[in-house]
Design a protein around this ligand. Sequence first.
Ligand SMILES: Cc1cc2nc3c(=O)[nH]c(=O)nc-3n(C[C@H](O)[C@H](O)[C@H](O)COP(=O)(O)O)c2cc1C
Length: 528
Amino acid sequence: MWQNAFDNKALSTFASMGSAFINRRGRNGNGGLTTVEGGTASRKADHIRINIEDDVAAKGIDNGFDAYRFVHCALPEVDLNAIDMSTELFGRRLAAPILISCMTGGTAEARDINRTLARVVQDARLAMGLGSGRVLLEQPGLLDTFDVRGFAPDALLLANLGAVQLNRGVGVNECRRLVDMLSADALVLHLNALQEALQPNGDTCFEGLLGRIAQVCEGLGKPVIVKEVGWGIAPDIVEQLFDAGVSAVDIAGAGGTSWSEVERHRIEAAWRNRVAASFAGWGISTAQCLRDARAVSPNGRIIASGGIRDGIDIAKAIALGADLVGIAGPFLRAAAAGDHAAADLAREWIEVLRIAMFGVGAKSLAELRGTPRCRHREDDGVALRTERLRYRTEGTSKFHDITDDVAAAVYRSGVRNGLVHVYSMHTTAAIRINENEELLLGDFERFLDRVAPAGNGAYEHDDIPRRVGVPPDEPLNGHSHCRHLLLSSSETLPLVDGTMALGRWQRIFLIELCSSRERDVVVQVVGA
Ligand SMILES: Cc1cc2nc3c(=O)[nH]c(=O)nc-3n(C[C@H](O)[C@H](O)[C@H](O)COP(=O)(O)O)c2cc1C
């Protein structure tokens, strides 16, 4: 999904108007602004031009929202005019949960775009992020290309910095200075590791950043938001960020603007171009990211962005748990076409959101969030996913905790609600759920030894000459089979919202009842 209907119709217009707008100042020019670091200004100008003129969409991955659809409600029991899309964030009231994501600053084109977008968010009462303020910290003379507070006195405004700058001498004081210069309500730190890796001389040392982000959260005195730039933030990182003290996470998933594609258009060497092209399909789709983030953080503030291309995507993102929905590329292209186009785009998407809420009978964002009327297409049919896990076991009556491997297989299955069946393909290796406590595991071993002792000549199965078709390396393991019969080949667990419903102490064990060897465990996930 690259453009919505509006974008499709208007793309060529935007592109030509956008390039005219840029060409007035020279293709890579900065509109007469003098900058100490011309490289940054020209990179910013390149980014705007490429995003307006070229195909920068991710390839082979979409935002994931097409897999969801709303179930129409013919009797909404709601007055369309009474639908409330408003929300509050960081002390500002928004008329609708829409954020124009962080984009630009530092050049004359950027100044005009920022002002256009600021007028839109002021009139429509939305939120707006500014582009990375690194250049502004270095050159305070560029303030008017970023500062839009005068144009949007009531809007929620977000300052922005690359998180990696925290490894390059930027500290809490610089972050505070940036927020103060822009009269911003919060600071966004962006994670763009892959983009830096693809840029010549990019800042690629991301070591120790989590601790530095925590320091900014602690010392800034304003909310800190961490975002990606279009490859998504996986749930384990979302948890780490909230633990570090961030006030909101913008998952900025894949399926929209691809920064490897943007950088590809700036690269001249053919082989480097191919390196960038390899990442056109990289990342976690926005819908998947959002659901996973919400699963690990039921109450954290989550912003969904990345490939949001119409008002229905906005409604779906809220339904899947977002507090706010961010859009970058489409607003850039609209702003390049002028105030009117940008204001119309905001108007259109707010109206689509309002009517979509009406269509599912949701009076407020709280009612839309988590509505059962937003269904995954697999909800209509049951999915079945099977994986085989292979282990090299040790010893006899040894317990191998395979819980994390099963959880990973469940995650890979994409199934969120249903059943997980864990099955051992062997007659002397069992699957059981119990507690992983060392002394208890010793108790189990001794218990099995007492019930079915090894090697006491009591097992007819070990009387090899009486059996037919026995391989030469057949072990004397009658006791192992008897133990297995007391245990089981499998366990079945409920799967709820992507998580196995295990109790606090419950772990899944593969129990070796014979001797060290290769064992296969089948994990079958059934559900939607
Ligand atoms: C021209 C342009 C410049 C951008 N600059 C920044 C930036 O300075 N800081 C940032 O965090 N994200 C930046 N982004 C990334 C967006 O905020 C957003 O995460 C990404 O484009 C995905 O959203 P989209 O698919 O709606 O475009 C920029 C995007 C565009 C289109």
